[in-house]
Design a binder for this molecule. Structure first.
Ligand code: G3I
Length: 603
């Protein structure tokens, strides 16, 4: 009987469909959570509207999870006169994308070329102030119009020239007459205007020939470093990747440049890839060239997948039919993964292979590390309890850190480790998708910054993240909310150790214990991950507090006896004269202030 059941099971298992193998670029890209897109057109330059071409539309929507208007969001289309805007083609492309669950990347808000007919003459007589107003109005109007629909913008496009000096190009925005800024100031200003119009959009600087080391990349790197240092709202750099068989970046060169930007906390999008080939009169390339081209596509995609700050990939055109190459490079073409008949080329197969065979490491971004009480990012403090988010690497279900016999939390939970300058952090819990609770080692005290790395079962090597560099502050105080939301009634005990609440308020003159983290170093030092042996004061500058905006007497500020080092306890006396009800509690440690929105119930 048993053999009969086993043989039946064998037949059933053999017949069971294997997990569906991806057959499209967007299916193959989906597991990495990285959109793959193409430059697309509607009727921005008049009929025919490519989106009404079913072969074009079906290929675009079936193969890609993102589109970028190749021209429909540029000045010559969107602002045909100084006082009129035309977002119709862009809207049509956005609607198409939304109907097909695709993201939209916007391109571009500020460029040295492709102007509407009125703009160059205007620039020849305008003052810089007038040009500034013009550029601000254009950016504000367009970004506002597409706010919430465009997830990322090429804010400024190709601002550096191709000379060995990689100087800023002459342009009506820079110096002819410019907008009244010096150097890259006009670029920074454009980013600020775009951010003001849609704070949720990712903002990119986009250029070509910056995919390998050289003066142009150096100029871009210097600019974005300056922007990051000075708080200019920039999220990444677009590598256009317009290459050819005879010229493309090596894997090492591309990785080196992407990692240089990762070190600044910046993302990289491959924005316009095509690999142009010599073609015959019919626009077709040789089989050998197509194979070489395929290898280039595979190499570029593989390198990107190995860089945690790679977050989008695009080709510049849906098929050979709408590629810009033949009209600009006579004798060249066949540059894309789909041919004149909308059929896949060897480049398509190469991209599929790369996406299905490359192990992507955990991605760690500065923004992934937040204070565990306030969920706010920013500088980290010695002993701060933080949550590290956004890695698909880790145990599928939540694993709690089990303290050892001395009560000390482990530094490896469920195979996850988080290292700060190589020092493993004590972990409170770990899970693949809801984050990791870590305690910043006290060893970061006195440093300006700390380099963070995320590891998951690192033996294989593939699950070691990039490093993210976080600023370090003496303190980063935050108060835990009872509902763990970062706001609302605080984790606060009344003097009788009962939980403060609307039904259990504290009276004026009474005392409370407020619990938080981010208080910083401890007088006499503290052991990472160990329970606080007793009351020990915070070592930083004086601690002050307000309740209901009124100064509250700080009776104690330091470790919380029995809780892990890094938990902060602040004992306060309730000032007189407060209106009964929830009153905001704010704690300041040195110059660092806890988050707003935490309350204590006062009667
Ligand atoms: O076909 C119309 C014609 O009917 C109309 O009368 C005429 C009016 O100007 O426009 C014609 O359209 C041309 C369009 O290409 C056809 O697709 C536009 O003139 C021409 O300006 C446009 O060129 C675009 C080029 O940027 C402008 O520099 C290309 O489509 C576009 O693919 C290309 O894309 C750039 C990225 O924006 C930035 N990176 C480089 C990339 C390639 O140059």
């Amino acid at each position: 009987m048993t053999m009969k059941i086993l043989s039946c099971l064998t037949v059933l298992l053999a017949a069971m469909p294997l997990a569906a193998q991806p057959t499209t670029l967007r299916q193959a890209a989906a597991p990495q959570g990285i959109p793959i897109g193409a430059a697309a057109s509607a009727d921005e330059y008049g009929p025919p509207d490519l989106l009404l071409n079913t072969s074009y539309a079906n290929l675009l929507s079936s193969q890609y999870s993102m589109l970028e208007p190749g021209n429909a969001m540029k000045w010559d289309v969107t602002q045909p006169t100084q006082t009129t805007y035309n977002f119709g083609p862009g809207d049509e492309l956005v609607a198409f994308a939304q109907a097909n669950q695709m993201r939209v990347r916007g391109h571009n808000l500020c460029w040295y070329t492709q102007f509407p007919s009125w703009l160059q003459p205007y620039a020849e007589t305008a003052t810089p102030a007038q040009m500034a107003t013009l550029l601000q109005n254009h950016i504000t109007t367009e970004v506002t119009h597409f706010a919430g629909q465009v997830f990322a913008w090429d804010v400024v496009n190709e601002a550096f020239d191709d000379s060995s000096a990689a100087a800023l190009r002459d342009s009506i925005w820079y110096n002819q007459p410019g907008i009244g800024q010096t150097g890259t100031g006009y670029i920074a200003q454009a980013f600020k205007w775009a951010h003001a119009a849609d704070p949720s959009a990712l903002l990119f600087y986009n250029d070509y020939n910056i995919e390998e080391p050289g003066p142009k990349f150096d100029a871009v790197l210097s600019m974005v470093q300056d922007f990051v240092n000075n708080g200019v709202p920039i999220n990444g750099v677009g590598f256009e990747m317009h290459v050819l068989n005879a010229y493309y970046p090596s894997a090492t060169q591309l990785a080196q440049n992407m990692q240089a930007l990762a070190a600044l906390g910046l993302q990289v999008h491959i924005t316009e890839m095509d690999v142009r080939l010599p073609v015959d009169a019919s626009g077709n390339a040789s089989a050998a060239d197509l194979q070489t081209q395929a290898q280039i596509y595979q190499t570029i995609m593989t390198v990107c997948l190995q860089q945690p700050n790679y977050t989008a990939f695009q080709v510049w055109g849906v098929s050979y039919n709408d590629s810009w190459i033949p009209s600009v490079f006579p004798g060249y073409g066949a540059a894309l993964p789909f041919d004149f008949n909308y059929k896949p080329t060897p480049a398509f197969t190469a991209l599929m292979t790369a996406m299905q065979t490359t192990t992507t490491p955990p991605s760690l971004k500065v923004s992934n590390v937040v204070n565990a009480a306030s969920y706010q990012g920013g500088p980290v403090a010695p002993g701060e309890i933080v949550t590290v988010y956004n890695s698909t690497y880790g145990p599928a279900t939540l694993v709690l850190g089990q303290p050892d016999a001395t009560g000390k939390f482990p530094t490896n939970v469920g195979g996850v480790q988080v290292l700060f300058d190589g020092v493993p952090a004590p972990l409170l819990y770990a899970s693949a998708n809801s984050g990791v609770g870590a305690i910043v080692p006290f060893e970061v005290a006195g440093k300006q910054q700390t380099v963070v790395e995320y590891q998951y079962n690192p033996a294989s090597g593939a699950a070691v993240s990039n490093t993210a560099t976080l600023p370090v502050a003496a303190a980063a105080p935050a108060i835990f909310a009872l509902n763990e939301s970062g706001s609302g009634p605080g984790a606060i005990l009344n003097l009788d150790y009962t939980v403060n609440s609307a039904s259990n308020p504290v009276s004026a003159g009474g005392y409370i214990q407020v619990f938080g983290t981010g208080g910083g170093a401890i007088v006499g030092g503290a052991t990472d991950g160990a329970p606080a042996s007793g009351a020990a004061n915070l070592a930083t500058q004086p601690v002050t507090a307000t309740i209901g905006g009124v100064a509250a007497k700080v009776v104690y500020a330091g470790t919380a006896p029995g809780l892990v080092n890094g938990a902060m306890q602040v004992d306060l006396q309730i000032p007189a004269g407060l209106t009964p009800g929830p009153q905001p509690v704010v704690i300041t440690v040195g110059t660092a202030v806890s988050q707003s929105g935490i309350t204590v119930a006062v009667q």
